[in-house]
Design a protein around this ligand. Structure first.
Ligand SMILES: Nc1ncnc2c1ncn2[C@@H]1O[C@H](COP(=O)(O)OP(=O)(O)OP(=O)(O)O)[C@@H](O)[C@H]1O
Length: 951
């Protein structure tokens, strides 16, 4: 029979097309063998042929008699052809419509340019193919299961699509040298990029804890399920590696059970589906998440080199054989593990390193996370202001924790009337620790975790202590990498080592082949050191406060920080590169953990008596230290204020006080200051430091001056100062990245209390919008007499508002506008303000794009002013004509003492006008013309007038 069919084909192929045998029937004849080899499912064909009454049940029975699939196909083809053209056309139509089952024939359908007639298109086609039905089921279930990201605390679910942000993914060599970036997930399967071993079948994705390995796999699964991962995978099986540790040593299963029981089960004919997978292994894609999580006593070397997919064996053996390609060779596997997990080179096809969020990824993630713009801006400012938080946020998990903390604390803040609710860094790290511990605590997978923070910490007390111990040991020696011996000597259990707080380090040299470890982040080591200091029951005061001594001893400028000599370690300071930041952080966390607020948690880790003793020692130390620091500060008297200039180290002290959340300490610090103007200029204060600053400063009883010029506090910092605005009479915030948002806060607050006299906002990011708020403040607050708002982005519009406000004010004394762009129109508005002003004394409109036109109006207005003593018009475009107007003004004005016209366009002619004008003026002390186009020679002409300064 078989020979006959082939012969027929040959005969037909020799027939010229022109003799026009019916086209569809002929196509089946011509391509008979192709169809025989590619049609895997006959049932679906038969089902549809019967349904449309093209086949009788007898026809179906005849076809079913044949033992092999190929023979069945041949018989069906014979029957179809015998029934004529329409049935042949419908037969091809089934192949086209049931795409999933006959996907291998799609290129053929394209090639023959098959277009069914309308008649055939009206006939129904039902997909009864078990393989494609299974594929649909897999897709449906995977789409459903990957829709949400389960957060680690598992108290909420987030939509993957709304949460996932791109991160840095890099293809690397065996030795981790970069082979290029991954721009889309298809790149992972594209052999043209990053292939390091053609024989390997596993794509190995690695990265630190929380870097996003699991979520990347989830994204991959989700894309596939939605038909958006174009890598030719027909089946997607996903596994979590930790599951393989759950099997007993004598358990065995075959590959089919592993696939179908731990993913979804085929509703029809599992055998056929499995055979299909065996036959086309390259259509199967596997993901195995967390190879590092496999924990088994199972001896892998005892695994027999099985190759039969039907033979039952231990599931772990199946996994190993799958990964190495001994089972289901040709299938694609993606395996993830934490950095440092050993994977045999032979099995790796590509190595992929996850590096977390770049700055722009972080921005994208921030936008996704915070829908509320105000919240987003606040978080972004906070990040910008706190490098420690920012660096933590490159690890998506930390980022999520911090954002979550921020969201949580902000929602609490909003629900309270009191604006002084604060988040400390200790809060953030405690929450981070809680999240980590919760993740590793064995909980029922189906049960949501509702464990409280106290319960979590209590149940992992020993672990926390071990981690604290190793952190402390390292911190004492400034050691941040621990070798195996050190770890062993501290009785660190394997389990504790792999919790995620520590990570394995490679290529650090010196430790030979053995693993060495480091904390995920140095700040985390500082945190655990502090936790050790707090939880070690028998720790003495000297030990407790040791790192304060470390901080103070080499800091020559701040060596006064530590008054207690027995704490001082004289040997320190030999290493000039020694970084103190981690000691500072340790102290900071020590203050936080010993705060009263944290006692309800900490008393589950150490006795209340020990906490009390330690807290007393710490508070005593902080007080002593503060007193000592305050004694040695520079003091001055300035405009009725008793001023102290603090050093950057003082900011650390304020941060520590803030972490303690001790009102008592804050009050005592204020008392010890014996000053009412605190100068914190150039202290490297960030916005988050403003929380600490206001925590202390709000305890001032009387009006206060606060000079924060030249720091980095931005709008967020301004907001953090809320608790002390009712005390602030002098506020200097120049050079601090403040925008209109910050100015709005200043307006809202300062206009409430109306005590502000001095507002310094020089060199920020203020536009006309902010200028309008300042103008309103000038109008509403008669106390405000000094406004320094130069070097911002204020144009004519803002300038006019400010000028109008000044015009209305009866108290304004000093307005500094250097370096804005108010132009002539703005200058004219200021000129109006000057006329008959009762108090304005100092005015700067320097560097404001003022031409002769604006200059002339100012000169004219000064004729009618009897208050202005100093006028800066430096760096404008004042020429001789305007100079002539100023000369006229000099004949009338009897108050102006200093006129600055440096760097304008005044020539000798203009200078001459001015010198003539001066002849009738005895009050003016100087007219500065430096930087104008006047030569030495020309200057001689008015050398007799000493008040004209040209050089
Ligand atoms: N690309 C990302 N976009 C948004 N969030 C992310 C991203 N990557 C990670 N996250 C957040 O970080 C959390 C931890 O990520 P994930 O579980 O994927 O890390 P992991 O590398 O598998 O960690 P581990 O090694 O600890 O298992 C996620 O639950 C999610 O909140």
């Amino acid at each position: 029979m078989e020979g006959q069919s082939c012969a027929n084909t040959e005969i037909i192929q020799q027939e010229p097309f022109g003799s026009s045998p019916p086209p569809f029937l002929n196509l089946l004849k011509i391509h008979r063998e192709l169809l025989v080899s590619k049609i895997r499912n006959t049932q679906c064909l038969i089902d549809n042929l019967i349904k449309n009454e093209y086949f009788s049940t007898e026809d179906a029975e005849i076809a079913a008699q044949f033992p092999t699939q190929a023979d069945k196909v041949r018989k069906i083809l014979d029957l179809v052809q015998s029934k004529g053209e329409e049935v042949s056309e419908y037969f091809i139509y089934i192949l086209q419509e049931v795409f999933d089952a006959y996907y291998e024939l799609q290129p053929w359908l394209d090639e023959i340019e098959f277009h069914p007639s309308q008649n055939i298109q009206n006939k129904p086609v039902v997909n009864t193919d078990p393989v494609s039905r299974y594929r649909q089921k897999l897709k449906y279930e995977l789409a459903r299961d990957t829709k949400f990201v389960m957060s680690y605390a598992q108290k909420e679910e987030m939509l993957l699509e709304e949460t996932y942000a791109a991160s840095l993914i890099e293809l690397v060599s065996y030795t981790n040298e970069s082979l290029g970036k991954v721009s889309c997930l298809e790149d992972l399967f594209d052999d043209r990029i990053g292939l390091i071993n053609e024989d390997g079948e596993t794509i190995y994705i690695f990265g630190d804890a929380g870097i996003g390995k699991s979520i990347l796999l989830q994204k991959m699964q989700n894309l596939w399920a939605r038909g958006e991962l174009d890598v030719g995978a027909k089946f997607f099986f996903r596994f979590r590696c930790r599951m393989f540790s759950c099997f007993k040593e004598n358990e065995a299963m075959c590959l089919k059970d592993l696939l179908f029981k731990y993913n979804c089960y085929p509703d029809q004919d599992p055998e056929e589906v499995f055979n299909h997978i065996l036959y086309f292994p390259h259509t199967a894609l596997f993901t195995f998440d967390g190879f590092d999580e496999i924990n088994s006593d199972f001896d892998l070397s005892s695994i027999p080199e099985i190759c039969s997919p039907n033979e039952p064996t231990h599931p772990l053996a199946l996994l190993v054989n799958l990964l190495s390609g001994k089972v289901l060779k040709g299938s694609r596997k993606v395996l993830t593990a934490r950095t440092g997990t050993e994977i045999h080179q032979n099995i790796i096809r590509k190595k992929v390193l996850l590096r977390g969020f770049s700055t722009s990824n972080l921005k994208e993630y921030t936008e996704k996370f915070f829908r509320d713009e105000e919240c987003r801006v606040l978080m972004s400012n906070q990040l910008e202001a706190n490098p420690s938080l920012c660096s933590l946020c490159s690890v998506p998990l930390f980022c999520w924790i911090i954002f979550k903390c921020f969201e949580l604390f902000r929602s609490m803040f909003d629900s309270h009337e009191l604006p002084n609710y604060s988040v400390t860094l200790t809060d953030v790290f405690l929450l981070m620790t809680e999240v980590y511990l919760n993740r590793t605590l064995k909980t029922n997978l189906l049960k949501k975790n509702t464990r409280s923070q106290v319960e979590t910490f209590r149940s992992k007390k020993e672990t926390l202590f071990s981690l604290g111990k190793i952190a402390h040991m390292g911190m004492e020696k400034s050691l941040f990498i621990f070798d195996q011996e050190e770890v062993t000597s501290l009785n660190m259990s394997e389990q504790d080592l792999h919790l995620g707080f520590l990570r394995t380090v490679h290529d650090c040299g010196g430790f030979g082949d053995q693993s060495s470890y480091e904390f995920l982040h140095l700040t985390l080591q500082s945190f655990f050191t502090a936790l050790f200091l707090v939880t070690e029951e028998k720790l003495g005061t000297k030990e407790l406060l040791k790192f304060f001594a470390e901080c103070s001893s080499t800091d020559s400028a701040q060596s006064t920080c530590l008054p207690i000599s027995w704490l001082r370690k004289l040997s320190i300071g030999e290493d000039p590169f020694r970084n103190k930041e981690h000691f500072h952080f340790t102290n900071l966390f020590l203050c936080g953990l010993l705060s009263k607020d944290k006692e309800k948690l900490i008393r589950h880790l150490v006795s209340p008596a020990a906490i009390k003793k330690k807290r007393n020692a710490l508070i005593t130390y902080l007080l002593e230290s503060m007193k000592f620091q305050l004694q040695s500060l520079m003091r001055a008297r300035h405009k009725g204020y008793k001023q102290i200039q603090v050093m950057p180290n003082f900011v650390w002290m304020l941060r520590c006080i803030y972490e303690t959340q001790s009102e008592k300490l804050a009050k005592l610090t204020v008392r010890g200051m014996r000053a009412n103007c605190i100068k914190l200029t150039y202290c490297n204060a960030y916005s988050s430091d403003c929380s600490a600053i206001s925590f202390v400063m709000q305890h001032f009883q009387k009006h206060l001056g606060l000079d924060l010029d030249n720091n980095n506090i931005n709008d967020y910092g301004v907001k953090q100062l809320l608790p002390c605005f009712n005390k602030l009479a002098v506020i200097r915030l120049s050079v601090n990245q403040i925008t209109d948002h910050g100015v709005r806060v200043l307006y809202d607050e300062l206009s409430k209390y109306k005590i502000v006299t001095y507002l310094g906002l020089y060199n920020n990011q203020i536009t006309d919008v902010g200028a309008k708020y300042v103008a309103r403040l000038i109008e509403e607050c008669s106390s405000l007499t000094y406004v320094k708002i130069g070097a911002n982005k204020i144009t004519t519009e803002g300038g006019k508002c400010l000028a109008l406000a000044i015009q209305k004010s009866k108290t304004m004394y000093d307005i500094g506008m250097w370096g804005n762009q108010v132009g002539d129109e703005g200058a004219k508005a200021f000129a109006e303000a000057l006329r008959n002003h009762p108090s304005l004394t100092n005015v700067s409109l320097a560097f404001n794009g003022i031409t002769p036109e604006g200059g002339k109006s100012i000169a004219e207005a000064l004729k009618h002013n009897n208050t202005v003593k100093i006028f800066w018009l430096t760096k404008n475009a004042i020429d001789d004509e305007a100079a002539a107007s100023f000369a006229e003004m000099l004949r009338v004005n009897k108050k102006l003492a200093h006129l600055w016209l440096i760097q304008n366009q005044i020539t000798a002619k203009g200078a001459k006008y001015l010198s003539e004008g001066l002849q009738e003026n005895t009050t003016i002390k100087e007219i500065c013309l430096n930087g104008n186009p006047i030569s030495q020679e020309e200057a001689k002409a008015f050398a007799d007038e000493e008040r004209i300064i040209c050089f």
